[in-house]
Design a protein around this ligand. Structure first.
Ligand code: AMP
Length: 583
């Protein structure tokens, strides 16, 4: 297929915002695409060179494209840059400049979809010295052969901004329109932009089949090919492919244990809700691949996790679902997600990062194991299977901590245990439920009661010990009551040891020291001036603090430098929250 033909469809798509019309245009494109070009078209249609789960990237900066346009058009880079500033779209710049040049030389060569695709893919594979020059050369070669409009879309594809507005919902529907229009008896009226479906039931059946195949593979190329060559039975037989990520099952939120049981039934499995990030791990041919919740490939960033899985999970081929949680090298305690999030995008010093920011893998589900698809097996059996195949080792790989429960009291107790260990809350899971990829169905719910946070004034602080001796590291926090400051607890959790990690002890010390009123031993009384936002798990009555209340597990969320001490939360408000919480 000629690239110019695809470009005509891009142009058509860019002209409309109507979903039905877009679907119709895409379906026409799919009908006209020869089978051998279908996989490439499915990617280029969404402006991709690789499916979403493929870790390869084009890696071409605007500057490089600018130089390539310059090489192809013979116009110096400075002028191109000016044009670029005017429109903000290098694609348009390429179109206009190539147009001017073409009029002068009348030279152009037919570009096929395949040629463009393969050349662009080469960009992602280049490595080592001379890479930049080679990239400029590859792009300018394409641009030299391209017609003006083709140049526009080549540049936009490289920059990953196609600007034609193709959503995955339209692609899904278009596959049905293109390959099953007879079965569903579909008629589209272009003038009125309306659609008539003769057989609604069949339509739904086909849409569901395409969606299911896509949820399992995340690859429209595979799905469209199956639909075109093997029909509905082809779609239905697209199973899981180990090595290609499947959409993860999502959770609903509940505020109370009762609501949770209503959703998932009784008894239910409770699990700790870890504050890490999701990892879907695949093993095939003794190779591990790791994907995030958004199905990005993060295998290279987590060699430690891959190693644990290789060593500790039995089976030749499998797909497991889990949460990777950071923990402190020093205290062993779980750390919040932010403290390890930098590992996800990291490209270098991987070894060092895995030592500095170690993670523990908490496995909670399994989707496929040695030839058997477990999507439709009840959760209870999936968990049993996991118990049989994972040999647990703390701080490396363990099963999510779980408990079968059927009343609110058990939930509360387990929840407290979870929170104490630094987790976010609990998950409640239906014992008999299948694994539903990509869906926020009520088969698992998260239970992390939302709490209001308080803005509290710091009225005293304490010098730390050992490594923290140089910092004021624990803060007495207070609410206000008619101009008085009343203590409600001491907080230090949430602060960082390094400035670059967020609000740090060092920063707080610098803010508080000048406010010193008096010092007694390690205790320093300070003038109420600094306000911090504090989260907590519960408000309790307290005989020790002057407010009469204490916050359980207080944690510093952030500095409220937009607030003065007079704006701190009032005692009345705290009483109110306490009473609400008792209900
Ligand atoms: P949320 O991100 O708030 O919608 O909560 C759902 C997320 O919690 C999942 O996507 C997982 O990343 C995470 N999670 C932590 N622990 C578990 C667990 N035991 N079971 C399922 N998901 C968990």
């Amino acid at each position: 297929m000629q690239y110019g033909k695809l470009v005509e469809f891009y142009e058509e798509l860019g002209k409309t915002t109507k979903r039905l019309e877009k679907t119709h245009i895409i379906s026409e494109l799919l009908k006209q695409t020869p089978a051998e070009d279908l996989p490439v078209i499915m990617l280029l249609l969404e402006g991709r060179l690789f499916p979403s789960y493929d870790a390869r990237e084009i890696g071409v900066a605007s500057r490089i494209i600018l130089k390539a346009i310059s090489a192809a058009s013979g116009i110096e880079a400075g002028r191109i840059e000016k044009e670029w500033k005017k429109t903000g779209d290098l694609g348009l710049v390429a179109e206009n400049l190539i147009k001017a040049k073409k009029q002068a030389t009348l030279h152009s060569q037919e570009l096929t979809v395949k040629k463009v695709f393969l050349n662009l893919r080469k960009l992602a594979e280049l490595e080592g010295s001379g890479t930049v020059e080679r990239k400029i050369q590859l792009i300018s070669e394409l641009l030299t052969s391209a017609k003006p409009k083709e140049a526009k879309y080549i540049v936009r594809t490289i920059l990953q901004v196609l600007r034609v507005g193709v959503g995955s919902g339209s692609v899904r529907d278009a596959i049905v329109w293109a390959f099953f229009s007879g079965e569903i008896n579909l008629r589209y009226n272009k003038e009125e932009n309306s659609m008539e479906i003769g057989n609604r039931e069949e339509y739904k059946r086909h849409i569901d089949a395409v969606q299911k195949a896509f949820d399992a593979t995340n690859d429209f190329a595979l799905v469209a090919e199956a639909a075109k060559t093997k029909g509905l039975s082809g779609l239905n037989s697209i199973g899981l492919l180990v090595g290609i990520p499947i959409k993860v099952m999502l959770a609903l939120k509940v505020d109370t244990a009762e609501e949770g049981f209503e959703r998932v039934g009784k008894p239910a499995e409770l699990e700790f809700k870890y504050d890490g990030f999701r990892i879907q791990a695949h093993k095939k041919n003794n190779e591990i691949k790791l994907f995030t919740r958004r199905l990005e490939n993060v295998t290279n960033q987590f060699p430690d996790v891959a190693e644990y899985i290789k060593k500790h999970v039995k089976g030749k081929e499998f797909i497991i679902d889990s949460e990777a949680v950071g923990y402190s090298n020093k205290t062993g305690r779980y750390l919040p997600f932010q403290s390890i999030s930098q590992r996800i995008k990291r490209k270098y010093d991987i070894e060092k990062m895995s030592k500095e920011f170690p993670v523990e893998l908490n496995v909670f589900d399994i989707i496929y194991h040695d030839g058997k698809n477990y999507l439709n097996e009840p959760f209870e059996s999936r968990r049993k299977l996991l118990e049989g195949i994972v040999s647990q080792e703390k701080k490396k790989i363990v099963l999510a901590k779980s408990l079968i429960a059927s009343n609110a009291k058990e939930v509360k107790k387990f929840y407290e245990e979870a929170i104490k260990l630094g987790n976010e809350g609990l998950m409640l899971k239906a014992l008999n439920a299948p694994y539903k990829p990509g869906a926020r169905v009520g088969y698992m719910v998260k239970y992390k009661p939302a709490k209001e946070t308080f803005d509290l004034a710091i009225i005293a602080a304490e010098w730390g010990e050992g490594k923290r001796a140089k910092w004021l590291s624990s803060y007495t926090i207070a609410c206000t009551d008619n101009g008085n400051f009343l203590e409600i607890g001491k907080a230090s959790t949430g602060l960082k040891e390094k400035d670059e990690e967020g609000l740090s002890f060092n920063q707080m010390t610098k803010l508080l020291k000048p406010l010193t009123l008096s010092e007694k031993g390690k205790e320093v009384a300070v003038k109420p001036s600094i306000v911090i936002e504090v989260g907590y798990e519960e408000i309790q009555k307290s005989p020790t603090y002057s407010s009469g209340f204490a916050l359980r597990f207080p944690r510093v969320i952030k500095l409220r430098d937009d607030k003065g001490p007079e704006d701190a939360t009032t005692l009345a408000m705290i009483k109110d929250c306490y009473n609400k919480q008792k209900k």
